[in-house]
Design a protein around this ligand. Sequence first.
Ligand SMILES: [Zn+2]
Length: 147
Amino acid sequence: MLVFISPEPDMSRVHIPDALRLEVAKLAGFRCEYCRRPEADSFIKYQIDHIISLKHKGATILSNLAYACPICNANKGSDIGSILEDEDIFIRLFHPRKHDWFEHFEVVEGAIHPKTDIAAVTIKILDLNNISRILERLDLIKAGIFP
Ligand SMILES: [Zn+2]
């Protein structure tokens, strides 16, 4: 297996073996593990996210990989956390392999609401409540495939 890691890590340059990709997708139930949008509803192939990014020396192993829609993956980038307004405390992002989505988030009329600070920074950084995403989610709820 050839793995090329550049000084500015770029997911498109990291080879994820097909078997590992499939294992991550199955674990995720073929949904984005951040916004929970089902891949079957999307016209774009979902991506493998390094939960702890390559920039932060995260490994390409199952326990550090998540299934992510292209929007969540692009918004997350190499981030691993953030701070909330008026606070100086660093809060890590939601970790799909360690955290339970429903313990951290709840859906209210299409918007994803935080139950924890981890959820709050994840919603902020991944822009989970962008109006177009809320509208899409309302359609998914109507179709009975969300959350
Ligand atoms: Zn997503």
